[in-house]
Write a new protein. Structure first.
Length: 120
């Protein structure tokens, strides 16, 4: 089957695109390829991009209600180490953790939930 389209970017609404891009750049090692007052974009070596767009009056999603929406998943080599490093970067760990130790839910600085899971 011939593809009609390929995913090129995931874009998140937020109140501060530059700082959210900085958080994800530090978390992923991706390079910031564009930044303005209203938007910022990162690019990974795999061709994927992450975008962050300023929305006036942005309201972060609330956890655990947000679990019924789209969220990002990241593979990590060491779950405990990655959690500690992401918390140090500004992520938050909500009390409710549905992964039973298989993955960890964190909230980015804008309040979006994302999951980290061991590659093993």
């Amino acid at each position: 089957m011939t593809a009609i389209a390929e995913p090129g970017a995931v874009t998140l609404s937020c109140s501060d695109p530059a700082s959210l891009a900085d958080f994800y750049a530090a978390a992923t090692g991706w390079q910031k390829v564009f930044s303005s007052e209203s938007a910022a974009y990162l690019a990974g070596s795999n061709g994927m991009r992450m975008g962050f767009v300023r929305i006036e009056g942005f309201e972060p999603p609330s956890w655990p209600e947000a679990r019924n929406r789209v969220h990002l998943d990241f593979s990590v080599a060491d779950l405990e180490k990655a959690e500690a490093e992401l918390l140090a970067l500004g992520a938050d760990k909500p009390e409710e953790q549905p992964g039973e130790g298989k993955w960890t839910v964190l909230l980015d600085p804008a309040g979006y939930p994302f999951c980290i899971t061991s590659m093993a």
